[in-house]
Write a new protein. Structure first.
Ligand code: T46
Length: 136
């Protein structure tokens, strides 16, 4: 898929001892998970993202705290406030994303379809727009 974002709901096992949420590859996630990374110790005034990917698909979670994800498919912009560890935002390839307004102590976990590859990034907005135009 290209230019698609969608909220993914994970199961929650509620328990007086605490809640548990799980992710199963091949079940909850529309791609094979090749990488997991997380952002933490993020200053509240930090801005992250500011790029798009040629091939990478990801699902972004706020495991703790909250932050804003601004999404741009080249035609429409939208924004999501992630704050529920059960709800991840699926981001397909060729989506521009920016992140800010991290709460104190927020932890952002990302499931990714490929290993890290700097060559997969469009870090320049005009480059992203022309890549969209060239993608058939
Ligand atoms: C995204 C948002 C949500 C690695 O070496 N391995 C990795 O897996 C990643 C993600 C990054 N890096 C290096 C590359 C840079 O030198 O860590 C540095 C910071 O990466 P970046 O500026 O891309 O970080 P963010 O937080 O702006 O973006 C990241 C992901 O790159 C991106 O795909 O969607 O988180």
């Amino acid at each position: 898929a290209r230019g698609e974002v969608q909220l993914i709901n994970l199961p929650q096992v509620h328990d007086p001892r605490g809640d548990l949420t799980f992710v199963e590859g091949g079940n909850h996630i529309p791609f094979d998970i090749k990488r997991v990374y997380y952002l933490y110790n993020v200053p509240v005034d930090a801005e992250r993202g500011g790029h798009a990917h040629r091939d990478l698909e990801q699902i972004v979670f706020a495991l703790s705290g909250s932050f804003r994800l601004k999404i741009d498919d080249g035609r429409q912009k939208s924004e999501y406030w992630l704050r529920d560890p059960r709800k991840g935002l699926y981001i397909s390839r060729l989506i521009w994303r920016e992140m800010d307004s991290f709460s104190q102590g927020a932890v952002c976990m990302v499931l990714a379809s490929h290993p890290y590859d700097e060559g997969d990034y469009y870090r320049d907005y005009d480059g992203f727009i022309s890549a969209l135009r060239d993608d058939v």
